[in-house]
Ligand binder design. Structure first.
Ligand code: MF3
Ligand code: CO
Ligand code: CO
Length: 274
């Protein structure tokens, strides 16, 4: 989600919904289906396949299970998934591009199940990927998980952002500032904005019932990003690769629940052979 710096600071805490058990049940079902869709795509994401083929497979998977692809018709978007290759940071549009050995690809899917949104993304490695790019993906995954581990009642969004930023920058990678995570539920992009950088102790205090995404984008080079003329595709200005992972989570009485965990344990498909 694009961050509008002018309105970000003005969003009051009162706008952040505190969800109950029915919402958590709904998010569990939606998150699971989204994660199953990404699991299904693991063996399909290989040399010779087009990104629009992956989109078709995702759409059929979601529709066959009686769910809706949330991105179709969302602000004029036409596809089920975003496919962000190499130096594409996010919102890459599926198309005729054929995957090749050495590519790194983020696939981001959002489904609607009984009105609830499941939103998740992972990195996929195509064949043999450069060591530096493997490390970028590993660090991005670990940074997301550090952020999620910081979530509990009383912690702040600054604690979450700081944990992510610290982990990524320790490896001399950079955090993208122009896109952020978001509240999620029956609304796709709801308050609060979840920044993937920050200072411990700052920002909104977390409370049980808050539901949002954590979806850091980490660049191998500099943090600068631009959006192409198609109005969607965000790329790094220096053309260095970028990686992203995304989970949807809820704050519980004692900590955090991840709604989009992989049922097959394929959280890091970039590490699986093939
Ligand atoms: N799934 C993306 C997110 O994490 C949103 C994609 S919007 C689309 O927020 F229209 F590009 F699909
Ligand atoms: Co999201
Ligand atoms: Co997403």
């Amino acid at each position: 989600m694009f961050v509008d710096a002018a309105t970000n600071a003005a969003r009051p805490t009162a706008q952040i919904k505190l969800h109950g058990p029915e919402a958590f049940a709904g998010m569990r079902a939606a998150g699971r289906l989204a994660a199953e869709c990404l699991d299904m795509l693991v063996p399909e994401t290989k040399d010779g396949v087009t990104t629009e083929r992956l989109d078709t497979l995702a759409r059929e998977f979601v529709m066959d299970r009686g769910a809706l692809p949330a991105c179709v018709f969302y602000k004029g978007y036409r596809h089920t998934v975003c496919t962000s290759l190499n130096h594409v940071v996010c919102h890459g549009i599926p198309g005729p591009r054929v995957l090749r050995d050495g590519d790194i690809l983020n696939i981001d899917v959002t489904v609607i199940v009984d009105g609830w949104h499941g939103d998740t993304s992972r990195m996929y490695a195509v064949g043999d990927v450069k060591k530096r790019d493997m490390r970028l993906m590993d660090v991005t995954y670990a940074a997301m998980m550090k952020g999620i581990e910081a979530i509990r009642p009383g912690a702040t969004l600054g604690d979450v952002g700081a944990a992510i930023q610290k982990h990524a920058e320790a490896d001399r990678f950079s955090i993208v500032r122009d896109f952020c995570g978001h509240g999620l539920g029956q609304v796709f992009h709801d308050p609060p904005n979840i920044l993937h950088y920050g200072r411990p102790g700052e920002g909104v205090a977390l409370r049980p019932g808050m539901i949002f995404t954590v979806e850091p984008m980490v660049n191998a080079g500099g943090t600068s990003v631009k959006v192409l003329n198609d109005g969607w595709t965000a790329v790094t200005k220096d053309k260095q690769p970028s990686a992203q992972f995304e989970h949807a989570v809820g704050v519980t009485e004692t900590g955090v629940e991840i709604f989009t965990a992989s049922p097959k344990g394929l959280h890091q498909p970039h590490q699986t052979p093939g």
